[in-house]
Design a protein around this ligand. Structure first.
Ligand code: CP3
Length: 342
């Protein structure tokens, strides 16, 4: 199927674009009343994610309502631990919770490499339906968590300010850590390939907890596994977003991926210098900038665009959009980008 708008794919490959493409991390759900209306018909997030027709519907909502240049499939990074044998719950206002975790080499015998066709068929079906309903309007982004971030949840069992139990494993049980990271990596590669086969036009790897590791641990326990994933995915452009990993930008320039996501702490010119000219950069407005007035949002957005310049940039926030942001401010961000002139 020929895409009517392939700006984001061309930008990722380093080709010239008429203007900068834009989408938002966490654009599906969260800020849209139309999302909450669909979600309230069900028991919660997990049931919605596991109902392909409705997951497709909320995936397309931001394309209809916000007019973004890409859709991202409605799912979660935590479907991988579940497919490996650790189911999760979403506790209202508190976030994810895993009744079972892994902490020892023995525990690893109770989990397995994910089989996307049997364990994650609902995501693949949601992708197929979304692609059909999008009918080529914009590309569809598939995604997965990076091995270190998924490891954190599988060891810790929930979110955490410090993830100190997960980090403790890197110091005290390196063999366990590498074995689990490899199992997650193997699961993620087959999962992303299955998403691409089902129709995903590009994929993003979210390393949300990258910034809590030391540079040495990031080089030992995170980057080599991301590198394996990048090398294995040759079919479509790959984006790596490692939040807080400012210390790893030079090394990320060496990854076999097309796009590097920047958070709002990372200076744009400095990042370009460290990462090099051969990658597209994605980001990086502070999500809180959208709390400002319409005039402020417009000004901050233009400043961001001018910092990145006209080539190899995909506009986005520096992390996911916050749930209490006014969708009209998001529209202001998007429209300013579309009208900027590049
Ligand atoms: O980007 C999108 O809009 C597509 C869907 C998507 C979700 N989660 C849906 C979701 C994506 C790409 C994610 C990624 C994700 N999930 C990350 C990486 C990105 C990041 O923000 O750093 C992480 C760390 C998670 C784990 C997770 N899922 C947490 C901590 C929570 C609870 C708090 C929160 O973010 O809302 C979730 C729940 C979740 N995932 C919701 C949605 C729409 C909210 C559930 C609800 O509707 O109540």
């Amino acid at each position: 199927m020929q895409l009517k708008n392939d700006l984001i794919l061309r930008a990722a490959r380093g080709e010239k674009t008429e203007r900068t493409p834009v989408w938002l991390m966490r654009q599906a759900g969260r800020i849209l009343p139309e999302y909450r209306a669909v979600r309230n018909r069900l028991s919660g997030f997990i049931e919605l994610a596991q109902t392909p027709e409705l997951a497709a519907e909320v995936t397309i909502q931001p394309v209809d309502i916000l007019d973004v240049d890409a859709a991202i499939i409605f799912s979660d990074i935590l479907v991988i631990p579940e497919a490996m044998g650790l189911p999760y719950e979403m506790v209202e206002k508190r976030g994810p919770f895993f009744p079972k975790v892994v902490n020892t080499l023995d525990d690893l015998k109770k989990i397995k490499i994910a089989d996307p066709k049997t364990d994650l068929g609902y995501v693949l079906e949601a992708i197929r339906i979304t692609k059909k309903e999008l009918n080529g309007r914009v590309p569809l982004i598939g995604f997965a968590g990076a091995p270190w971030t998924i490891f954190s949840y599988m060891v810790e069992g929930s979110g955490s300010k410090t993830f100190s139990r997960a980090k403790k494993m890197l110091y005290t049980a390196p063999e366990f850590s590498h074995r689990l990271l490899q199992m997650i990596t193997d699961s993620t590669i087959v999962y992303l390939k299955a998403q691409i086969e089902a129709g995903a036009d590009m994929v993003q790897i979210f390393d949300s907890w990258a910034g809590i590791l030391s540079p040495q641990h990031y080089a030992t326990f995170a980057l080599p596994y991301i590198d394996q994933i990048c090398k294995a995915i040759e079919e479509v452009p790959v984006t790596v977003f490692a939040k807080g990993a400012y210390f790893a930008r030079k090394a990320m320039g060496e990854l076999d991926c097309q796009t590097i996501g920047l958070d709002w702490n990372m200076d744009v010119q400095e990042s370009r210098q460290l990462i090099g000219a051969n990658k597209t950069l994605q980001g990086n407005l502070d999500p809180c900038a959208l709390y400002g007035s319409f005039k402020d949002v417009e000004k901050a957005t233009k400043e961001m665009l001018n910092q990145f310049g006209p080539h190899r940039h995909i506009a986005n926030l520096g992390h996911g959009v916050y749930p209490d942001i006014d969708p009209e401010k998001v529209k202001c961000f998007i429209n300013t980008i579309k009208e900027h002139g590049f």
